[in-house]
Ligand binder design. Sequence first.
Ligand code: SAJ
Length: 416
Amino acid sequence: MTKVSIIGLGYVGLPLFLAATKNKELNVVGIEINKEKVEKIKNKICPIDDELAKKELKELDIKVSSNTDEIKDSDIIVVCVPTPVDEERTPDFSYLKSAAKAIVPHMKKGQLIIFESTVNPGVCEEVILPILEESNLKRGVDFDLAHCPERIDPGNSKYNVYNIARNVGSTSLEGTRKAAKFYKSFLDVEVNEMSSLKTAEATKIVENTFRDINIAYVNELAKCFDVLDIDILEVIKGASNKPFAFMPHYPSCGVGGHCIPVDPYYLIEKAKNAGFDHKFLRMAREVNNSMPEYTITKLAFALNEIQKTIKGTKIGILGLSYKANVGDLRESPALEIVKQLEKLGAIILKNDPYVKSDSIDEILKECDALILATNHREYEKIEDWKNIKVIVDGKNYLDSNKIKEKGILYRGIGRN
Ligand code: SAJ
C-alpha cells in the first residue's frame, strides 16, 4: 500500500486529501498544523467554503493529525501550504520552509515529494531542495521533488480538483512520471508532464499574472470611460459576442485574494533579482491597487452632488470578502476601502453575510450612502434601499436603472 501524506488542509490541500482518500490503494493521512482545524475536520466540520468538500468529509473515513511525525514511512508527500507576500509585497516562503523542515527527518530513498503551493520559477531548486538535502539524500537520485501547481478556484462550483488539468515538473523524468501516475491514480484529468521544476513553476505564475493584467486593462478602461461617459459594461458585453480572440474581464473596486494580487510580485521579484524589470506587471499591479481609492473618489463626487462630505457621513459597506459568496478576507479591496474611509472621517457600518458584521437592514436604515464592495448573492434581492441616497456599485452588480428610478444617485466602476 502506498503511504501518502498531505501537508496543509486548506482550500487546496483538503479537496486533494479527500480525493486521494477515495483511492483504496493509497494509505492517505492529512497533516495540518492548526489543531483547531484538525479537530473540526475530525468532527466532520468542513473548515473551507467548498460544498463538495463538505459533502465528502461527511461520507469518508479519514486520517488527519496535527503531528508531523505522521509523515513517517510516507512514499509520497504532498505540500499545500500558503505562499503569501509580506507588507513590502515580497514573497514569504516561511510556510514552505517549515513544511520542508518537517519532512527532512522522515525522508527515505525512493520518496516523491510534491509541492503544490504557488511559487516563482526557481524556488523549488533554490529554497526547498537545499532544505530537503539536509537529509544527506540526493535530489533526482535518492528522492524526487516535483512541483504540481494548485489551480483551485475557491467557490467555483463548476471546476474542482476532479476536473482541472494539472501540470507537473520534477528533478528527474522518473519523478515527473511518478507524480503524474500518482495524480492519475485518483483524478481523471490530464496531467501534463513538463521538462523541469522551473517550467511548472512558471506556468502557474503566468496563469495568474495573465489574469491580473487583464483585470488591470479593464480597470484602466473604466477610468477612461468615466471621462468619455461610456458604459464599460455595455462595451465588454458587446466585445464578448466575438467568438474568438476576446476574453471578458470586469472592472471592480479592486483585486483581492491570496493569488491574483500576490503572484505577480513573485515574478516581479524574481525577474528583478535576475536584472529584468517587469514594467508591465508592475504597472498592472499599480492600476489594480488604485481601484479602492478610485472607488472612494466616485463616492466623494456623488456625495458632493447632495451637498455631503465623506467626513461625518454614515457610509455602509456591503461585502468585506475578496470575492462573491466566500468568506475570505485576504487582500480584500473592501478592507482597503474601509481603512481609507476611516482616515477621511466617515462613520462606517459593514455587512458581509459570511463574516460577523452589521446587518444589511441596519445599514439601509442608518446610512446615507453605501459602497457595494463584494457581489454576494444576498445583495441582489435588495429592493427597498430605505435611507440610502448614494450607491457606489464596486462590482457593477446592481440594476442601475431600478436604483435610479428610486431617485438614488448610482455610480458604478466605469459606468454611471
Ligand atoms: N476580479 C476582478 N475582475 C475580474 C475577475 C476578478 O476584479 O474580471 C477580482 C475578484 O473580485 C477578486 C480577484 O480579482 O477580488 C481575484 O478573482 P479570482 O476570480 O481570480 O479569484 P481567486 O483568486 O479566488 O481564484 C483564482 C482563480 N480564478 C479563476 O481562474 C477564475 C485562478 O486564477 C487560480 O486558480 C486561483 O486564483 C489560484 O489559487 O491561483
